[in-house]
Design a protein around this ligand. Structure first.
Ligand SMILES: Cc1cc2nc3c(=O)[nH]c(=O)nc-3n(C[C@H](O)[C@H](O)[C@H](O)COP(=O)(O)OP(=O)(O)OC[C@H]3O[C@@H](n4cnc5c(N)ncnc54)[C@H](O)[C@@H]3O)c2cc1C
Length: 307
């Protein structure tokens, strides 16, 4: 990309202005929990808001596409990778500011597990559902991640964002208009921090809930191979896993991709899977489940990049 679009300015920007780390030709398989994906032209790790703003404005001015990622645990990157800049939020936005008794402002790059530990130490409940969800706070809000009856929307009051032109903004919970695995945000908006509210609970109560959810997770799915969590959303009132299992896909393999034996709504990278294997398997599942039941499964994972 640098060569094609007058790379000198591009390189100069990163040398002269950008404070964070920059990687070129980055295999996305190393930055996604599925361990799949071709290379991204550039991956930049903004260190702070000024870095993020500069980067967005630079990309906008030069016509480079940019994509935001957190921990990459809900992503499938296609085999020819990503043309443009991947903005990785996991290195610069790692702070948690605890406010009064039950509130916190949390950087987008903070892992949900780290936040949950902090909540437990302080006797703050409400986030226990997130135990076992391996993503970041930014990714969690963007996806309205949830489990066991809890969702991010239950603990998020609003988010600080960088807009499409790098400008600062704030979206309240109402504006985020959360729904199942979705938050509404203006196109290109990057979550920088989340304002969150918890409820007072003893560390013992929190520990008990976490233990219960861990056991339930273990009982429903012991996934050891690389995955991106649930592949399809649960249709209203139904279980995607059950529909997929009843359509006969449990354990089915295509190339290196396999429908998990432990939970049919997980496709795992069993042996050097390509994105094409996963996408073909997903299409077969969707078509067969639709033909059999009339239910059209919708992907939960986000698919990025080029074939
Ligand atoms: C083993 C396993 C178990 C899982 N269990 C669950 C579960 O129980 N419930 C559940 O809901 N999910 C689950 N997931 C999926 C995943 O962990 C969640 O969706 C998580 O919230 C994704 O966070 P992330 O940081 O990895 O986001 P990424 O995968 O990096 O990105 C996901 C989406 O969020 C966007 N995004 C990320 N950060 C930002 C930001 N700062 N600003 C704007 N947009 C952003 C990306 O552009 C992308 O569209 C599981 C995944 C795995 C691998």
């Amino acid at each position: 990309m640098a060569e094609q679009k007058g790379g000198t300015q591009f390189t100069l920007f990163f040398i002269q202005r950008f404070k964070g780390k920059v990687l070129f030709n980055v295999p996305m398989s190393a930055h996604t929990s599925l361990n799949i994906g071709g290379s991204a032209d550039v991956m930049a790790f903004p260190q702070d808001e000024a870095d993020l703003k500069d980067l967005i404005q630079f990309a906008e001015a030069k016509g480079f596409q940019f994509y935001i990622i957190g921990a990459g645990t809900n992503l499938l990157v296609r085999d020819n990778g990503i043309r443009g800049i991947v903005i990785n939020m996991t290195e610069g936005f790692n702070g948690i500011t605890w406010l009064d008794k039950t509130k916190a402002v949390v950087g987008a790059g903070v892992k949900l597990s780290q936040l949950l530990n902090g909540c437990k130490e302080r006797g703050l409940g409400g986030l226990e559902f997130a135990c076992g969800i391996p993503g970041t706070v930014g990714g969690g809000v963007a996806m309205n991640a949830g489990a066991y009856g809890g969702e991010m929307k239950d603990v998020v009051d609003g988010v600080e964002i960088a807009g499409k032109k790098g400008q600062r903004g704030f979206l309240s919970k109402t504006e985020l208009n959360f729904s199942y695995r979705r938050a509404e945000m203006p196109r290109g908006a990057v979550i920088v921090r989340a304002h969150m509210s918890f409820v007072s609970r003893t560390p013992e109560e929190i520990g008990e809930k976490i233990k219960e959810f861990r056991e339930r997770r273990k009982a429903s799915a012991q996934i050891t191979s690389p995955s991106a969590g649930s592949i399809f959303k649960n249709p209203e009132g139904l279980s995607a896993g059950k529909l997929i299992e009843e359509a006969g896909f449990k354990g089915m393999r295509l190339g290196g991709a396999k429908v998990s034996e432990a939970h049919a709504n997980y496709i795992v990278n069993d042996d050097g899977a390509k994105a094409k294997d996963v996408l073909t398997l997903m299409a077969e599942i969707r078509d067969k489940v639709y033909a059999k039941t009339g239910v059209l499964l919708e992907p939960e994972i986000k698919v990025l990049g080029e074939d």
